[in-house]
Design a protein around this ligand. Sequence first.
Ligand code: NDP
Length: 297
Amino acid sequence: MVAEIIDGKLFSRKLRDQVAEHVTVLKKEHKVTPGLAVVLVGEDPASQVYVRSKGKQTIEAGMNSYEHKLNEDTSEADLLELVNRLNGDDEVHGILVQLPLPKHINEDAVINSIDPAKDVDGFHISNVGLLATGQKSMVPCTPLGCLLMLKGFHGTLAGMDAVIIGRSNIVGKPMAQLLLNESCTVTVTHSRTKNLEEVVGRADIIIAAVGRAEMVKGDWIKSGATLIDVGINRVEGSDGSKRLVGDVQFSSCSQVAGAITPVPGGVGPMTIACLLVNTLVACCRKYKLIEPDIISN
Ligand code: NDP
């Protein structure tokens, strides 16, 4: 194998340690404990796993965790009422409504009802606008995690050619804004992009956020490129066993790339660590305290 592994587990452990240290200082010197409220509607098994993991890591970082589990048939009005209550709760500094929501609930209405200062997912339109104009905002956790790994690995990213595969509001688009803010030359591709392989082949940095198992192959990429694999796909092996793979074919890409994130153990752990960072940042901003020097945005 040629590529260096960008170890998301290691990066995220360091990040969580930094958060925990900062929380200890906040508690001791300012008598403040950051609090994160996570709202889960319904019984989606993957969402249940994520919410459990978020709660556990929030507590491990020394913060307060508040879980609100609502039935699948909860009305939009009841959910909005809960969000409104959490907006006004002084113990809660961050609010995360786990997506996807059941079909009868308008996700945009719920996201935009969260106080932007507590919007630790960074999906509120105010935060989207602030990020797009290069202002201080809440940055979506997954792209933030990707950026921190890239900066940790490369230092400066200025002038690099970055190609993002996928244009979703939660990964592709904010990722593009973040990389533009780092002075990369950014191309965002999607399902209607022509000659995708050729576009990807020019990139110094490739962010794959598609949701198609092992789509990016080794012969697509430039030698020495850095690959950040956001995809999480559950596939069945020939023996019937299930395993997780990314959007990048690791076996072939790792022979050509300069650096690559594995799945699992790459972007995934960074996403939750960045949620803790955002909760800490939200808490510091509320009391006008010094923010952790973890993200420059
Ligand atoms: P979406 O389904 O919202 O977006 C997928 C994007 O991929 C779309 O923009 C779509 O294009 C594009 N696309 C689909 N097919 C192709 C193709 N053949 N060629 C080029 N582009 C294509 O997904 P998300 O952004 O929410 O998630 C992407 C992946 O990342 C998923 O596997 C998800 O599970 C994972 N994920 C992982 C996280 C983590 O913490 N590790 C967090 C969030 C997501 P178009 O817009 O034209 O339809």
